[in-house]
Design a protein around this ligand. Sequence first.
Ligand SMILES: [Fe+2]
Length: 257
Amino acid sequence: MFESIFKRGVLSNSTTTQTPDLTVDVHAHLLPQLDDGPVDIEQSIEIIKEMYQIGYRKIIVTPHVMTGYYNNAYEDILQSLHILRSVLKRRNIAMELEAAAEYYLEDELFRLIERKEVLTFGGNRKYLLFEASFVTKASYILEAALRIKQAGYTPVLAHPERYVNLNDIEAINRLAYNGVLFQINIGSLTGYYSKQAQELAELLINRKLVAFLGSDCHSLTQLESIKQAFKLKIFKEATKLDILNNTLLENKSTVYA
Ligand SMILES: [Fe+2]
């Protein structure tokens, strides 16, 4: 049935939508061969087709950028985006794609910022998605976030619920007071990563401290936990918060930006 829908051409808005409240994803590893996401473009397409089926209409793809592991220059990311968009267009898959990145917190990030070689999202808001080692001290994350802000970007911390040193509401509040936006992983709500991550994600939702919901999707398998999370009450509560995801869908009828 899934294939037959695609054979008819462009998926219309009348197809099954399970997440009407969440149409934009801001964290996904879907560009092939750039990181630990899809190994080829066919895998990318399969995931994107499934994400369309569950209600997404726009995905901001965010490959890892991390020296020595994922040396993705912004030109390479944009080139990969261009190729993937072209294939989607040829196959009449109406998912809008944009590219940013998930920057690892390291000195190189600040060199890239200085050279204006970072990919951000949200137009003038210049949301810069970053992550750190899961055992990083909260004070180091705060210091880095302030440097990102000083450079004119809005720091968005990827999956704060996964950092061991942020399991402390005071540390979380300190980051929030200093303008750090939090992007939680939808899969965390099912306990996909750990019990602690699940509890912290729930706390962030209950305290209304979530700015973005992200899939952090790397594979079709991982998408299953996200689909499970969509059924949870806590997920529905999260979508009722003042989350910024859907503000990024500038034109709902736009197929290709
Ligand atoms: Fe990620």
